[in-house]
Every structure is written in structure tokens, then in C-alpha cells.
Design a protein around this ligand. Sequence first.
Ligand SMILES: Cc1cc2nc3c(=O)[nH]c(=O)nc-3n(C[C@H](O)[C@H](O)[C@H](O)COP(=O)(O)OP(=O)(O)OC[C@H]3O[C@@H](n4cnc5c(N)ncnc54)[C@H](O)[C@@H]3O)c2cc1C
Length: 211
Amino acid sequence: MRTTGEGRVLLEPNGPSLQPDRLVALPRLAGPRVGGLPHDADRFIPVDDRGRVEGADGVWAAGDCTAFPIKQGGIAAQQADTVAAAIAAQAGADVEALPFRPVMRGMLLTGRAPTWLRASIADGRAADSVTTGNALWWPPSKIAGKRLAPALGAADADAAAEHSEGGLSVEVELQAHPAEAPGLERRAILAHVRGERKPRLLDFEPGGHGL
Ligand SMILES: Cc1cc2nc3c(=O)[nH]c(=O)nc-3n(C[C@H](O)[C@H](O)[C@H](O)COP(=O)(O)OP(=O)(O)OC[C@H]3O[C@@H](n4cnc5c(N)ncnc54)[C@H](O)[C@@H]3O)c2cc1C
């Protein structure tokens, strides 16, 4: 693309010439091209639906480095769950190695109350998409991961209450099992729950989730 005059741009190599109000440029994604592993034309690692690297025995991959086209922390966490189960099953653990069935979860920060977005992805298309002002997962953070989100929430006390406009966030210490986990601090948030009109007090701890 190059500018050809006042407010005009030419899309190369063969046009067209445009006069846009706004231009948004996005970088082209390229993978890390890990030595010794196969990669596609964009240097991402091809994996099957259990995260096994195609053409490399005993190697699994998860996250942005794989050829799965959506690069997102929540998706990476789901891929990691798939891969962990596949490796455990192969090692003889009593675990079912389920195929990767991605679900996109996004939190749209609107400047007022956030909107939660969720859609299953099948055959490259979104299905069952939901858009709502109620939290669709727990904790209701930007990074949606069964284990990752509670871990991040536990690591940063502020993360649980982040972007909580539209609800009242509270943090209380519950003396549930102090003897078992003396260092554990449980948290609670007053939030709207899907299907319920009134807000409810929910609590979670490291390991707890709503996915
Ligand atoms: C600005 C921005 C905002 C985002 N916001 C969100 C969000 O709100 N929610 C969300 O879900 N996702 C978000 N994402 C996407 C999310 O960050 C990624 O999808 C996620 O981090 C992918 O995790 P990963 O572990 O696959 O890769 P990464 O997090 O990139 O981790 C890869 C790690 O490997 C290391 N590494 C690379 N090469 C080598 C090597 N050769 N040897 C050793 N180490 C190596 C890197 O240094 C890095 O630490 C955002 C991304 C960006 C850039």
C-alpha cells in the first residue's frame, strides 16, 4: 500500500485506489518456526485435534505457536487442557483425551459496564453465540481459562474486581478451612448470574472456576 496524493492510497500491486476516512493497519501474523518441528507457510506448528504435532512423534503443542487461526489466551488455555489430557492419557493416566472443541470468550470493555461474548467454533465458524451484560464465566476476567483465570485472580487480588462496573465487587476472607490452607485467601464477588435477575454473592478460590 502507498499513498498517492492527498488522502488517497493505492493498494499494491494492482489497486484499487481508495480515499478512506480512516486506515487501520494490522500486522500479519507469523509463527516462531521452532527448529526441528514442522511448520506451515506462516511458520505455525500444525497440530491435530488433540494437540499432537503432525509428523513429530511424542510432541504436542498448544497456544499461539500452533496453526489454529485464533490467537487468544483463553483459546491457548483450552488447547493446553487438551494437550495435558492427551499426554496424561498416553502416559497411562485414567484420563479421557477429548478433542479440542474451542469456545471463544471475550470481554468487551465499553467504557461503561462490560459485555461478555461467547461462541463455540466448529468448522471455522462461530455457533451458539451469546452477547450479554451478565458474566458468562468465572471469575469474570478478560483471560478466560478454567485454571488460568483463577490462578491469575489469586496472583493479583485486584484482578478479580477489575472492570466490575454494573455490579458491586466485594472481597471477604472466609475462614472455611483455615487448617487445611492457612495461606489461602478466598474471594467473593457480588455478581449477576446467567438466568437470574438478582445479583448473587459468589466466591471462588484458586482452582475454582465457572467455565
Ligand atoms: C496486546 C495484547 C492483548 C491481549 N489481550 C488478551 C485478552 O484480553 N484476553 C486473551 O485471552 N488474550 C489476549 N491476548 C492474547 C494472548 O496474550 C495470547 O493468546 C497468549 O499469551 C498466548 O499464550 P502462549 O502461551 O501460546 O504464548 P505466549 O504468551 O506468547 O508465550 C510464549 C512464551 O514463549 C517464549 N518463547 C518464544 N520463543 C522461545 C524460545 N525459542 N525459547 C524459549 N522461550 C521462547 C516467549 O518469550 C513467551 O514467554 C492479547 C495479546 C496481545 C498482544
